[in-house]
Design a protein around this ligand. Structure first.
Ligand SMILES: [Zn+2]
Ligand SMILES: [Zn+2]
Length: 399
């Protein structure tokens, strides 16, 4: 039996790939307009980087990482997300010492060992941006505006939801209040939430199970527990977003799945499909936790496959010209093909010889818009016979 692709690792091709490329190029151009600089990060990192950044008690680290040992026995991981690697690079290249602040973006495959029935791939692609060294809410507003612009440019209907998760000072008391609240709701919580209500109670807030959703509908809200400086940061952000006309709504149950977030978190949610399209937030302690100097930071990541799926218009490939040499005209026909290509046309050269009818049939099967027929007469006159494959119209033209 022929060898199959690995489950969850799929080929991207055809229309799906055209959508993928379009989504990617729009995101990239919006990021470049905002002066984010690309960094190409490696796919493999030390597993410890993710254990320390994403957090030991998250699903990603506990169940979803592709782990393996190299020949020297060091534990490595295929990256499950991009932020940890970006922070690692930020530290390794000492950007914090050289630049007033740093704006990076990355693109590439990520890997998670997800249950295949969830419809997700184990290799998927993300583009993410990270902004290091700015604590001001204007940075939050800019990141959210990048997200807003790229969705607008891709014509994806979505709503931006924001929340604040507070800081080291104000989150612990909130966590305790939430734990107390959840202790009263045990009989309504799903199995996953029973497991995490003490270790990671905030995650219960964004559980998708109906009974959990209902149970937390009147849970205490982080925004009511924010310390003065977090409160100030959050209200300034909302003010800025209003000033620059970015529509948003507050979602007090928005917590994001990863441990490292602080203060602002946000998502763009497709209202029609009810799925998250883009997600991000602040992670003001992560750089320090990974061994760097205290550096406020924030960012977002977007799944390219997911964006691609939501695109309305797909870019059409360029019209195809098929050059058909007929008779002893090969050098001239090759020259014609070269000339067309140098003008930016998409050109196929009919390698096979055969009757004109057979060749035209071949051009048709390739999806040609034009057949460029070159017989000995055309070669002598220095022209071609251009046949429009849709209308059947044919005329002699100079190339
Ligand atoms: Zn605070
Ligand atoms: Zn639940």
């Amino acid at each position: 039996m022929a060898i199959q692709s690995v489950r969850g690792f799929n080929d991207l091709l055809g229309e799906e790939l055209a959508r993928f490329r379009r989504a990617s190029s729009v995101v990239r151009s919006v990021l470049e307009r905002h002066n984010f600089e690309e960094i190409l990060l490696p796919v493999v990192e030390y597993a410890e980087l993710f254990q320390r950044s994403i957090g030991e008690i998250t699903d990603i680290v506990q169940k979803e990482m592709f782990l393996f040992k190299d020949r020297k026995g060091r534990l490595l991981a295929l990256r499950p997300e991009g932020t940890a690697g970006a922070v690692r690079a930020f530290l390794e290249h000492k950007f914090y010492a050289e630049r007033p602040y740093t704006k990076l973006f990355y693109e590439g495959p990520m890997f998670r060992y997800e249950r295949p029935q969830s419809g997700r791939y184990r290799q998927f692609h993300q583009i993410g941006a990270e902004l290091f060294g700015v604590a001001e809410p204007s940075a939050d507003a800019e990141i959210i505006s990048v997200v807003y612009e790229l969705l607008k440019e891709l014509e994806i209907d979505s709503v931006i939801e924001i929340n604040s998760l507070g800081c080291k000072e104000c989150r612990p008391p909130y966590r305790e209040a939430l734990k107390e609240f959840l202790a009263q709701k045990e009989e309504h919580l799903c199995k996953d939430c029973l497991g995490r209500k003490d270790r990671n109670p905030l995650r219960v807030l964004d559980c998708k199970e109906k009974s959990c959703k209902l149970a937390v509908s009147d849970a205490p809200k982080m925004v009511d527990y924010l310390c003065d400086s977090c409160k100030e940061h959050y209200s300034q952000l909302k003010e800025l977003l209003t000033h620059i006309n970015i529509p948003f709504r507050e979602n007090f149950n928005l917590v994001r799945g990863l441990d490292y977030y602080t203060r602002t978190v946000f998502e763009a949610v497709s209202d029609s499909l009810g799925i998250t399209v883009v997600a991000g937030g602040r992670y003001d302690y992560l750089v320090q936790e990974l061994g760097g100097p205290p550096t406020p930071a924030l960012g977002f990541a977007v799944g390219v496959e997911r964006l691609a799926l939501l695109l309305k218009d797909i870019p059409k490939p360029k019209e195809l010209y098929v050059v058909i040499p007929f008779g002893d005209v090969l050098p001239y026909a090759l020259k014609v093909a070269k000339a067309l290509r140098s003008k930016g046309k998409r050109v196929e050269f009919s390698y096979r010889r055969g009757g004109l009818r057979k060749q035209l049939d071949f051009a048709n099967r390739l999806g040609a818009k034009y057949a460029v027929i070159i017989g000995e007469d055309e070669a002598k006159e220095g022209v071609v016979s251009l046949k429009d494959m849709d209308s059947g119209e044919q005329k002699k033209v100079k190339i």
